[in-house]
Design a protein around this ligand. Structure first.
Ligand SMILES: NC(=O)c1ccc[n+]([C@@H]2O[C@H](COP(=O)([O-])OP(=O)(O)OC[C@H]3O[C@@H](n4cnc5c(N)ncnc54)[C@H](O)[C@@H]3O)[C@@H](O)[C@H]2O)c1
Length: 336
């Protein structure tokens, strides 16, 4: 089976590619290695994959012709679309980047899947689609009509676009709403990386909403395990689905969305303590207001995921944070 993964130089994409290569799949990658954050970090992630014989194309998703030639040449059975402009806060600064990668780019992915007979499209959505919802835990059966950032709106748009292709062309599509993913090789724009770096350098960390935040932090290996189990489980039509009472998580068409979260939210202050414990240092804290676009709490209901793949994320926060910091200190050659 040949799998096309986009976002191979990215945090989650590099972990996933490594695992699928190790499991014996033939993996082809796409990543434009853009400079949203450190290009060196992306290249180092790719370097490891290239040693494992991945074939990688450095193209933009939104370059429709280039993308179609990859589909034509490689003819993948499964496509896993992780490439996107990520980040909630940056979507206030550079909204167009989100439309270009996440909406235009995703349209080309759908077209490629349609024209080249892909039998399973899996794509990254996000917990941010729950936006202004306050009923916890968040369920894929909830209405998600109130996004709080353009990033979230593009992820919801992806789900809607996927549904139309599932309906019109019988393309099995599975959307995965990831909840704050963390772990080794993590993203420099995310809290764990920023906090660790600042604490190591004796600099202040910005603690948003005065520390009154909860996140359902999900360890990257758990995300990768869940995606791996979905590779040979394409979405199927739900025969019980009714347009009179439409369940948002499935359809008469082969369409499905899942939450992938730890189902166990952690207080932001507890998260910072886990970093302090591992580093043996106390953080200097700048308490600040909630940032525009941010939500105070995320919490995933993962019953549906568990019923389908017999697995749910369970890594304890201190274990995951320890693994990240071990990687960080080794990668940047830091002695404490
Ligand atoms: N990390 C998280 O906590 C989290 C949470 C929810 C959803 N997600 C989603 O999961 C996916 C992977 O996230 P990540 O944390 O690995 O992000 P990442 O930024 O590390 O990886 C994305 C990769 O895609 C590439 N890319 C971006 N736009 C592209 C384009 N137009 N064409 C080709 N390549 C492009 C980037 O160079 C990058 O290497 C993204 O879709 C993201 O929105 C991540």
């Amino acid at each position: 089976m040949k799998i096309l993964i986009t976002g191979t130089a990215g945090f989650i994409g590099s972990h996933l590619s490594r695992k699928l290569l190790n499991n014996g799949y033939s993996v082809v990658g796409i990543d434009n290695v853009n400079n949203y954050y450190s290009v060196d970090l992306k290249k180092d992630r790719l370097k490891i994959l290239l040693e494992s014989k991945i074939k990688n194309y450095e193209i933009d998703l939104e370059d429709h012709n280039a993308l179609m030639s990859v589909f034509e040449k490689e003819n993948p059975d499964v496509v896993i679309n992780l490439a996107a402009q990520a980040g909630v806060r940056y979507s206030l600064e550079n909204p167009h980047a989100y439309i270009t990668s996440n909406v235009n780019g995703f349209t080309s992915i759908l077209e490629g899947c349609r024209h080249y007979g892909v039998n399973n499209l899996i794509y990254a959505s996000s917990s941010s689609v729950y936006g202004a919802n306050t009923t916890k835990p968040f369920s894929t059966s909830d209405n998600i009509d109130h996004p709080l950032s353009l990033y979230a709106a593009t992820k919801k748009a992806n789900e809607l676009m996927a549904h139309t292709y599932s309906h019109l062309y019988n393309l099995p599509t599975t959307g995965l709403r990831f909840f704050t993913v963390y772990g080794p090789w993590g993203r420099p724009d995310m809290a764990l990386f920023k906090f660790t770096k600042s604490i190591v350098n004796n600099e202040h960390i910005d603690v948003y909403n005065h520390g009154n935040m909860m996140r359902d932090f999900t360890y990257v290996d758990d995300i990768v395990e869940a995606i791996t189990r979905l590779v040979d489980k394409p979405a199927e039509s739900n025969s019980d689905w009714s347009g009179a009472n439409p369940d948002p998580s499935s359809s008469k068409a082969p369409y499905k969305v899942y939450n992938i979260g730890n189902n166990s939210p952690v207080r932001l202050m507890e998260f910072i303590e886990a970093i302090e414990n591992k580093l043996g240092k106390t953080a200097k804290k700048n308490f600040m207001n909630l940032q525009p676009g941010d939500v105070p709490e995320t919490y995933a209901n993962v019953d549906d995921l568990y019923n389908t793949i017999d697995f749910k994320p369970e890594t304890k926060i201190q274990d995951g944070v320890n693994n990240f910091i071990d990687w960080y200190l080794e990668y940047y050659d830091i002695k404490l």
